[in-house]
Design a protein around this ligand. Structure first.
Ligand code: AKB
Length: 319
């Protein structure tokens, strides 16, 4: 990647970790973090930070000019559960943020754009196991509809205007540095805090709900990896399938019990169950592996032991 980088939505679950990773690699001053609010996390004091509402295209352009930005990671979005509560705003935010970024690239201000898609772009008619890159999509959630539409627009801007846009269909992401907000896969992060703090978790998905998941370190490596790959290796401009591991809440609880034998879980599925039921169980990401050399590193054992060890370090927890 060449040129200054802007991260939009930098204080979100992916944004925090991506800001840390890109600053470690490209230097604090070359990576400009932005979000709608001033974040409390001290990591944002280590480099430039700007307040930005991505719906404000003029302000976005002002920041792009101020720092001579050449690469944008547009991460600002409402996730699946929050989107269902406010469909109109979710559509506006998820689509306008993308258009504002793609338009700056089309006008020649940017070299590269990153935009995240999700397994939510698939739907109930999609083959659920080893879901292929090219298949029936038909998402039934507001968030999923915005992700599928966004993928199509990314490809359109590439084909029509030559925009170098790249994207990944993230599975559920699990990390310890940042907390998720408003997603359906968030249970797989919350469970660790509850396991360590109270020894019990009430899960909002059923015990046998299998979903694709990934450790955040892997997701960040994939994000940086696809952006650093030579342009001719990126054959898909909508979004690449990306896979780590797949598990159910019951499987995760069993693995946690290896570290905290007294841990208990019960299940009280809510509206998020139907979102999860419309998504794949597992993903075939062979295109990403072949085209630009992606491979994941974290299996379930490593994911669980890392989460427990790191959350314990962050908090003084009595089990
Ligand atoms: C969510 O649960 O909304 C997200 C996603 C699958 O994109 N984690």
């Amino acid at each position: 990647m060449q040129g200054n980088i802007l991260i939009i939505g930098a204080s979100g679950q992916i944004g925090i970790e991506l800001t840390l990773a890109l600053r470690a690699k490209y230097g604090n001053e070359s990576v400009i973090a932005s979000d709608i609010r001033q974040p409390e996390d001290p990591i944002f004091e280590e480099g430039p930070f700007e307040i930005l509402n991505v719906l404000d295209k003029d302000r976005l352009f002002e920041i792009v000019r101020k720092y001579d930005i050449k690469i944008i990671f547009q991460l600002a979005a409402l996730l699946s559960a929050t989107s269902e509560k406010n469909p109109a705003f979710a559509w506006e935010l998820n689509m306008s943020g993308l258009f504002h970024t793609l338009d700056l690239a089309k006008e020649g201000h940017l070299h590269q754009v990153y935009w995240p898609s999700s397994i939510a772009a698939f739907g109930p008619n999609t083959p659920a196991d080893s879901t292929p890159q090219y298949t029936i999509m038909e998402p039934t959630s507001v968030y999923g509809i915005s992700k599928l539409a966004g993928e199509r627009w990314c490809e359109y801007y590439h084909l029509k205007y030559g925009v170098d846009v790249r994207g990944l269909r993230y599975p559920g992401l699990i990390g310890y540095r940042s907390e998720p907000g408003g997603g359906t896969t968030d249970y797989a992060v919350d469970i660790f805090y509850h396991a360590l703090e109270t020894g019990h978790y009430t899960c909002f998905l059923q015990e046998n709900t299998m979903l694709p998941m990934m450790m955040m370190e892997d997701a960040i490596r994939a994000t940086v990896g696809i952006m650093e790959a030579a342009s001719d290796r990126i054959k898909i401009r909508g979004s690449y399938n990306l896979a780590g591991i797949s598990f159910t809440p019951a499987m995760l609880a069993t693995e946690i019990r290896k570290h905290i034998p007294s841990f208990t879980i019960d299940y009280a599925p809510d509206f998020r169950q139907s979102l999860a039921d419309s998504w794949p169980n597992s993903i075939d990401d062979s295109n990403a592996r072949v085209d630009w050399g992606w491979s994941h590193e974290y299996d379930m054992e490593r994911l669980v032991s890392t989460m427990i060890a790191e959350i314990k370090k962050k908090k003084i927890i009595k089990v």
